[in-house]
Write a protein that binds this ligand. Structure first.
Ligand code: ATP
Length: 329
C-alpha cells in the first residue's frame, strides 16, 4: 500500500491479553468500514493469524450481538513468530494476498511495539486501539477493559468482605496488573479495603502490620488487603504468611482473583470507549494517519505515536494513592 492511496480494505485484529470491550471495538471498526463503503477483514489470533493467513471478510451481521460479550470473537494470541523478520515478512505477504491496505490493531504495549516495527518495515498504515485491562499506556486516560476489570475486582472484594466479617478474618486479595497497581488501587478504594500493596509505592511488612494493628485496635471485624500481582502471580501467599507470623489477631486467608478479571460483560464505560475508538480508528486510516494509538484524554480524542505510547509509561493516578491513605485511617 502506498501512503495516500485510497484504502478499500481494512484488517482488524486483537492481540496480547484479551480484555472486555475488545468485541465492542471490533464491532465499531467493522460497522464504520461499512458506513464509509469499505470492506472489513477479521484476522484471527492476533499476529499469528496474519502470518498464517487465518482471516475472513466481516459484514455488519457478523458483529451482531457481540457488544455486550467479554473476550474477543477474533481470538487473541501472543505471537513469537511476529517478533522475527521472517514472521513479519510472511505477514506482509498475506497483507498483499488478501488485499489489506490498512490495519487496526487492538491490544496493549507489545501489540503497538510490533505494529510500529511492521508499519515502518513495510509502509502499511496501522492504527492502534488500546485494549488491555492494565491501563498501562501513555496517551489515553483509560484503556478498553480496565473499567470492567476494576468493577469485577470491586464486586469480588465486596463478596470477600461479607465472609471476612462473619468470621473475623484478614484476607489478602490478589488482583491482576502486570507492572501496574492501578486495578488494585482503584478497586481497593471502591471496596473500602484497609490497605493496598502496589509496585508503584512498595510497602514493607512492618508498615502493613502497623496498619492492621490499628484496625484491630479499633475492633474491626475484618481486614482486607488488596495486592497487585505485579509480575509475580501468587506472591500474596508469601506476604500473608509473613504477616501472619507477626500478627495473629485475625484468621488469615488468601484469594487470588487471577483471570476472573479478564472475563465478563464489558461495562458501559468500556463499551462506549471502544465504540468511540473503533470509529475514529477507521476515520484515521481513511485520513492517511498511521503508526499512532488513539486514546481519550480529558474526554477528547488523542493521537499518540506508538513509540511514545509504550515508552516510560506514566499514567499512574497519584491522587488516588493520597485518597486511599486518607480513607484507610
Ligand atoms: P497486554 O498488555 O494485555 O499483555 P500486549 O499487547 O502488551 O497486551 P504482548 O504479548 O506483550 O501483549 O504483545 C502482543 C504481541 O505483539 C506479541 O505476542 C508479539 O507478537 C507482538 N510484539 C510485541 N513486542 C514486539 C516486538 N518488539 N517486535 C515485534 N512484535 C512484537
Amino acid at each position: 500500500m502506498i501512503q495516500g492511496e485510497e484504502i478499500q480494505r481494512i484488517g482488524v485484529l486483537t492481540s496480547g491479553g484479551d480484555a472486555p470491550g475488545m468485541n465492542a471495538a471490533i464491532r465499531a471498526v467493522v460497522r464504520s468500514c461499512i458506513y464509509f463503503g469499505k470492506e472489513a477483514v477479521g484476522i484471527f489470533r492476533g499476529y499469528d493469524g496474519l502470518i498464517s493467513g487465518d482471516m475472513k471478510n466481516l459484514d455488519s451481521r457478523s458483529v451482531s450481538n457481540i457488544i455486550q460479550r467479554g473476550g474477543t470473537i477474533l481470538k487473541s494470541a501472543r505471537s513469537a513468530e511476529f517478533r522475527t523478520v521472517e514472521g513479519r515478512q510472511k505477514a506482509y505477504e498475506n497483507i498483499l494476498k488478501f488485499g489489506i491496505q490498512g490495519l487496526v490493531v487492538i491490544g496493549g504495549d507489545g501489540t503497538f511495539r510490533g505494529a510500529g516495527i511492521f508499519s515502518e518495515e513495510y509502509g502499511i498504515p496501522v492504527i492502534g486501539i488500546p485494549g488491555t485491562i492494565d491501563n498501562d499506556l501513555n496517551g489515553t486516560d483509560y484503556t478498553i477493559g480496565y473499567d470492567t476489570a476494576v468493577n469485577t475486582a470491586a464486586q469480588a472484594i465486596d463478596k470477600v468482605r461479607d465472609t471476612a466479617s462473619s468470621h473475623n478474618r484478614l484476607f489478602f486479595i490478589e488482583v491482576m496488573g502486570r507492572d501496574s497497581g492501578q486495578i488494585a488501587l482503584r478497586s481497593s478504594i471502591a471496596a473500602g479495603a484497609e490497605a493496598t500493596i502496589i509496585p508503584e509505592k512498595p510497602m514493607g511488612v512492618d508498615e502493613l502490620v502497623r496498619i492492621l494493628e490499628k484496625g484491630a485496635g479499633r475492633k474491626k471485624s475484618s481486614s482486607l488487603v488488596v495486592v497487585a500481582e505485579g509480575g509475580k502471580p501468587g506472591h500474596s501467599i508469601d506476604l500473608a504468611r509473613e504477616v501472619n507470623e507477626r500478627f495473629s489477631y485475625y484468621d488469615t486467608k488468601v484469594t487470588i482473583l487471577g483471570h476472573l478479571l479478564r472475563g465478563g460483560s464489558p461495562s458501559v464505560a468500556d463499551r462506549v470507549l471502544a465504540s468511540r475508538l473503533g470509529v475514529v480508528a477507521v476515520e484515521s486510516l481513511l485520513n492517511n494517519k498511521s503508526a499512532v494509538m488513539i486514546g481519550v484524554v480529558n474526554n477528547q480524542i488523542n493521537f499518540t505515536p506508538f513509540a511514545q505510547a509504550t515508552s516510560n509509561v506514566d499514567n499512574f493516578e497519584q491522587e488516588l494513592l493520597r485518597i486511599a491513605n486518607i480513607l484507610s485511617v
